[in-house]
Ligand binder design. Structure first.
Ligand code: GMT
Length: 375
């Protein structure tokens, strides 16, 4: 199949999932065209089946807001015609599903029919999309998609609750390529980050409010009172400065290392003992799955789709949002008991195999086939 993938090219989970999916589809012989404003961060173009088309938005002083949707829909029309693309797969409703629908309409005028699959990732529904400013356009775009998928059962339910959606929503969970984790990194050296006998706790996110970064610091603060430990903070975002200040206030700045954005999170996770994800909401929590694939148990909130990934008492522990005390107690209990920690590490890796890419990509291929029949 010739598939166009539209996504955000950033470190965010939706962009990562879209990129990994495109790479996997290309490896299975499909011709994949990424269409977005920058080359996706995890995309290496070393595959003759992968193409990248950049969307340019020329700056024009008359426009207060530059019209990305217009540029994207025009680019989609041009690329579909040029490369004879057969299916559009748009990740994230805003504005991709909207632009995709406009492209479909323009192509229909020329007698070209192309199905559009929309994958909902979470923030497009729970945080941004349901805002009254966007809701009518998001509802419209979802209803006009030929097939709609969501990355968890929880997100499916949220979408049906928050929007007047008349479409079936197919749950296709996020995935991970477990073959990448069969080998251990030669340079998986915890000594780079922590001293002998110190535990390593990790958090990775875009440091937005929804990630509750201050809870990460507070949980760690309780843990380090009982157990020698370091906290590794990976990512960049608006809450970072506040987190750094909180570390100063609590007197633990030398125990918390901020490593910035990283393309090599597996190298960091491979020497981590525990992962913290206390988010306010999370449609899936891809990063928790990445931690688990590296054999890292997860201490998380019990919100959204996280319970579909992190299993209570098996791969980690889940607490109510904001219950720092319970998260800290769970973390301490696990880190103090080497045997139990090792069992959880093994469980985490085993559970992650259920989300292996080999099982999930065929589901998307079937969705594309379905899209042809309903378009
Ligand atoms: O919240 C983020 O880290 C970014 C956001 C995005 O839109 O890229 O992530 C969302 O999509 C991911 C991939 O499907 C999910 O794993 C995240 O849980 C989801 N984030 C939220 O729901 C807050």
């Amino acid at each position: 199949m010739k598939i166009a993938i539209v996504c955000y090219p950033t470190f965010g989970g939706s962009g990562v999932v879209a990129t990994e999916l495109g790479i996997a589809l290309a490896n299975r012989g499909h011709e994949v065209h990424f269409i977005t404003y920058r080359q996706p961060v995890r995309l290496a173009l070393l595959n003759s089946n992968i193409h990248f088309h950049e969307v340019h938005v020329p700056k024009y002083p008359l426009f207060h807001y530059q019209p990305y949707e217009l540029a994207l829909s025009s680019k989609l029309v041009d690329m579909v015609k040029l490369h004879k693309i057969e299916v559009l797969h748009v990740h994230y409703a805003i504005p991709h599903a909207y632009a995709g629908y406009m492209a479909k309409q323009m192509l229909a005028e020329e007698g070209i029919s192309i199905p559009m699959v929309t994958t909902l990732h979470g923030t497009d529904i729970t945080l941004v999309g349901s805002h009254p400013f966007y809701k009518p356009a998001v509802t419209f775009s979802i209803n006009k998609s030929d097939v709609v998928t969501s990355v968890s059962e929880s997100l499916r339910e949220d979408t049906l609750r928050l929007f007047d959606v008349k479409k079936d929503i197919h749950v296709v969970p996020n995935f991970i390529d477990m073959s990448k984790y069969s080998k251990t990194f030669e340079d998986c050296r915890r000594s780079m980050m922590a001293g002998e006998g110190e535990r390593i706790i990790t958090h990775i996110s875009n440091f937005r409010k929804v990630k509750r970064i201050r809870d990460v610091i507070r949980v760690f603060y309780e843990v380090q009172k009982e157990i020698p430990a370091k906290l590794l903070m990976i990512g960049e975002g608006p809450e970072k400065e506040g987190a750094e200040l909180l570390c100063e206030e609590l007197g633990i700045p030398e125990k918390v290392l901020y490593l910035g954005n990283s393309n090599e999170i597996d190298r960091i996770l491979c020497f981590s003992d525990l992962f913290l994800l206390p988010s306010e909401t999370e449609s899936f929590g891809l990063v928790a799955l990445e931690a688990m694939a590296n054999g890292v148990p997860v201490i998380s909130s019990n919100t959204g789709g996280i319970p579909e990934v992190n299993r209570q008492g098996v791969t980690g522990f889940l607490s109510d949002v904001g219950d720092v005390q319970s998260m800290a107690e769970n973390a301490i209990g696990l880190l103090k008991d080497e045997n139990r920690l090792n069992i959880f590490k093994k469980n985490a890796r085993e559970e992650a195999t259920k989300f292996d890419i080999g099982q999930i990509v065929p589901l998307y291929e079937a969705i594309y086939q379905k899209a042809f029949t309903v378009a």
